[in-house]
Design a protein around this ligand. Structure first.
Ligand code: COA
Length: 161
């Protein structure tokens, strides 16, 4: 398949699942937010890399809020999907959940949005394949992602002024 043929979000989706241990947590037994952020970046980066089949670097991360804790002994799942692509940039939506494997309760920890840029062999931004959107949900996500990206670029412009 040519690298510039369109790809569906399902073709690059990533799911990381990890059992949380004491070394990942604070003294209350809650997993560090920074550790969760790192896994989100890894999952998002892998989804973007799979979409582009190129190395992808993080260029922007939206603010993150943690709605409920991940505790020692929980099974944490980090799922990343490509929601939008520009010319060289890609947005990924990362959803984090924590499962208590004894009770089966699953809680939503946070949803995060990361933007990556695909790089060529010289480290310059390079075009990525278009995103094939099939479901109404994927189309709606793409629209919302495009709006977020416009806000990010406006913020970037203001920061540069
Ligand atoms: C990513 C990087 C190569 C982009 O370089 P650049 O000179 O800004 O390149 P461009 O202006 O051509 O932007 C490239 C793409 O990134 C997008 N972009 C740039 N800044 C952005 C921001 N703050 N938010 C969202 N998207 C951004 C641009 O819109 C463009 O997307 P498009 O091609 O889809 O239109 C450069 O900023 C970089 O090396 N950053 C450091 C990356 C890094 O080390 N990350 C952490 C470790 S992985």
């Amino acid at each position: 398949m040519s690298s510039m043929e369109g790809k569906r979000p399902s073709e690059s989706q990533i799911t990381l699942t990890q059992l949380m241990g004491p070394t990942d947590a604070n003294t209350l037994g809650n997993v560090h937010g920074g550790f969760i952020m790192k896994l989100c970046d890894e999952a998002g980066g892998m989804a973007a890399t799979k979409h582009a089949r190129r190395p992808a670097v993080t260029v922007a991360v939206d603010s993150m809020a943690f709605h409920s804790p991940v505790s020692i002994g929980n099974l944490m799942t980090v799922r990343a999907d490509v929601t939008w692509v520009g010319r060289t940039s890609m947005e990924t939506r990362v959803v984090v959940t924590a499962e208590n494997v004894i009770t089966g309760d699953v809680t939503h920890t946070n949803t995060a949005y990361f933007v990556y840029v695909a790089l060529d062999a010289d480290g310059r931004p390079v075009s990525v394949p278009p995103l094939i959107l099939e479901s109404e949900e994927e189309k709606a996500r793409f629209e919302r992602a495009a709006n977020r990206q416009a806000v990010r670029l406006q913020r970037r412009h203001q920061e540069e002024l």
